[in-house]
Design a protein around this ligand. Structure first.
Ligand code: Y12
Ligand code: CO
Length: 171
């Protein structure tokens, strides 16, 4: 089932998510709904809080060289923790909860992360490139943070002004 995405400045996006305790069929159907929603909305990443579920769950599905998102490449990430951050890199980010706004954001270039898959199996991985960026972006959602919080004071002020105008126009 495709769920509605919560859009900024909805306060539900500020909630801190909680760890998943049961790796059961309810979790599996939530993961399936999240995947369906992310693909339908043309996203490459989605955190559960973006559909109003305050659980430490996120998905990432990057496109291949031909621009296609293959389900075999889908990362289902449950209760993630970052063990190590290295270097820094600037990438242009966007977010399904802030549609139409993109900006350059500085984050760690390489990370070591541990998480659980849908069956409760522990995975430990080194990530770099867009995968590392997307993981940090989605993990910020789990802590109630959005990428616009990383903008400079002036850029954030400009964003807020434009966003208010857009909401007023009902767009
Ligand atoms: C780099 C890039 C992205 C991330 C996090 C994941 N972000 C997304 O998946 C954002 C997707 C997105 C899709 C939109 O819809 C379309 O393009 C059709 C969109 O809407 C508009 O632009 C109108 C906005 C965002 C981390 C790092
Ligand atoms: Co986002």
């Amino acid at each position: 089932m495709i769920r509605d995405i919560i859009v900024y400045p909805d306060n539900r996006l500020r909630k801190v998510s909680k760890d998943v305790l049961k790796f059961d069929t309810e979790l599996h159907s939530l993961l399936d709904d999240m995947y369906e929603t992310m693909i339908a909305k043309e996203g490459i990443g989605l955190a559960a809080i973006q559909i109003g579920i305050d659980k430490n769950i996120l998905l990432i599905n990057l496109a291949d060289e031909e621009g296609r998102q293959n389900k075999e490449d889908l990362l289902e990430v449950i209760n993630p923790k970052i063990n190590r951050l290295e270097g820094s890199e600037i990438y242009q980010e966007g977010c399904l909860s802030i549609p139409g706004y993109y900006d350059d954001i500085k984050r760690a270039k390489q990370i070591n992360v541990e998480y659980f898959d849908r069956f409760g199996k522990k995975i430990v991985r080194d990530l770099d490139g867009l995968l590392a960026i997307a993981m940090q972006h989605e993990m910020d959602h789990l802590k109630g943070h959005l990428f616009i919080e990383k903008l400079s004071y002036l850029k954030r002020k400009k964003f807020e002004k434009e966003w208010k105008k857009r909401l007023k126009a009902g767009k």
